[in-house]
Design a protein. Structure first.
Length: 406
């Protein structure tokens, strides 16, 4: 009899989005005329910027001519894209990252999910709580945890982010090897200062740990004193891997392009204690299991770095940040504690009641769909996440309705 990978059975079935969909459709059946406003999803709503689209089209046209046609591209991605990335995202911010330390891919979800493959089966993992579920589930699948008991997997170290610590995850109090961090955070919208990130970088350097830093929402940072890359912290280029994506800054959720940065200085030990460059392992993994992001998409991504592209993607995050500020303002007026919304498209609200109860209340009394915090971990209990991915009119109406309902 062929056997399955039993670890998959440990996964707490992700009822979250199914459960939300079920409650929403029940509501719609009962209230066929109600206009629902969805502030629950983590997907963008605005179309691709003009200059991106133009480059995308031009890339497609090149594929139509024999002399300009492209087949398989370079495995790490085209140099025209990697070069503008290091110049704009790193060198301009004082981070000494080189183009050959960038790996272009089709998504930060895949990369942040696949990265664990290159580490040993018995590395100790720390994740924030609440957490982007990808970091947890991929390690469960790989067999690095025990069963899920009381909403937590045995064997994982959970770094709590709560109202008490300003939603900045606690430092690990037991030894860990891999630490997942995400700033601006999904789901909380919280951002880390340089001093806060330095604590983790120092921890990693002292304990020979590696930080997996997800910066998918970096384009929403408006406070210039905040770090946009973990490599702005001294010494991070020896202990951190960074994930970036064009999904949230340029609307590529349906177009697909991202990159992972692995400085050659990041090393980990083999079973005999020899230090090995992690870069080489990921390079091998990437070229074995991935055949590149399509040429027109890489052209489209590169257009984000032209002066027009930069202005357009800035305007795009401004569009969502205007919504986020309004949500934050209204929630604060109502007297709820919250975080996010200033350098992030998410607002994490302390509803001080069961998070599904809060979800039902907003749905049934205000016709607004949010995401219940409990779906992101134990520390999400009591909270809901509102997303700024919608238009201003809808967000404004949603907040008026919420004010009336509560
Ligand atoms: C949206 C998101 C990403 C981006 O994923 P893609 O696969 O690049 O679309 C990565 N990390 C987090 C936390 C996200 O919310």
């Amino acid at each position: 009899m062929i056997k399955i990978n039993d670890n998959f059975l440990k996964l707490k079935a992700s009822y979250l989005f199914l459960d939300i969909a079920k409650r929403v459709s029940d509501f719609q059946v009962a209230n066929p005329d109600a206009k629902l406003i969805k502030l629950g999803i983590g997907d963008v709503t605005e179309p691709l910027p003009k200059s991106v689209l133009k480059a995308f089209h031009a890339g497609v046209d090149e594929m139509a001519g024999r002399s300009t046609f492209r087949g398989y591209g370079p495995e790490q991605g085209y140099a025209f894209l990697r070069d503008v990335i290091v110049k704009t995202d790193y060198h301009a911010r004082g981070a000494a990252i080189e183009a050959d330390e960038i790996f272009i891919s089709d998504g930060a979800k895949c990369d942040s999910g696949n990265i664990q493959e290159i580490f040993s089966a018995d590395v100790r993992i720390a994740v924030p709580d609440p957490v982007y579920p990808v970091y947890v589930d991929t390690n469960v699948m790989a067999g690095r945890t025990g069963p899920n008991v009381d909403d937590r997997y045995e064997g994982l170290v959970y770094l709590e982010s709560t109202p008490d610590n300003g939603y900045f995850p606690d430092m690990p109090t037991e030894p860990v090897d891999l630490i997942y961090l995400c700033f601006p955070n999904n789901p909380t919208g919280a951002m880390a200062t340089k001093e806060q990130l330095k604590q983790f970088v120092d921890y990693a350097r002292e304990n020979q740990a590696i930080i997996l830093y997800d910066a998918a929402y970096v384009s929403f940072i408006r406070d210039e004193s905040l770090p946009q890359s973990i490599y702005e912290i001294e010494g991070a280029d020896e202990v951190a891997i960074e994930f970036r994506s064009f999904s949230k800054n340029a609307g590529f959720t349906g177009t697909r392009c991202a990159f992972t940065t692995i400085p050659k200085k990041v090393k980990a030990s083999d079973s005999e204690g020899n230090m090995v460059e992690v870069h080489g392992l990921w390079s091998r993994r990437h070229s074995t299991k991935f055949n590149g992001t399509s040429y027109p998409v890489q052209r489209a991504a590169a257009a984000c770095y032209t002066p027009e592209g930069q202005a357009e993607i800035h305007a795009l995050s401004d569009f969502y940040l205007r919504n986020a500020r309004l949500i934050r303002e209204k929630v604060s007026e109502l007297g709820f504690g919250c975080v996010g919304g200033d350098n992030s498209p998410y607002i994490w609200i302390n509803m001080e009641r069961d998070s599904w109860e809060a979800f039902d209340l907003l749905l049934n009394k205000a016709g607004v769909v949010c995401t219940p915090g409990a779906g992101f971990g134990k520390c999400g209990e009591g909270h809901v996440r509102l997303s700024a991915f919608n238009n201003y009119e809808n967000v404004s109406e949603a907040m008026d309705r919420i004010a009336e309902a509560l």
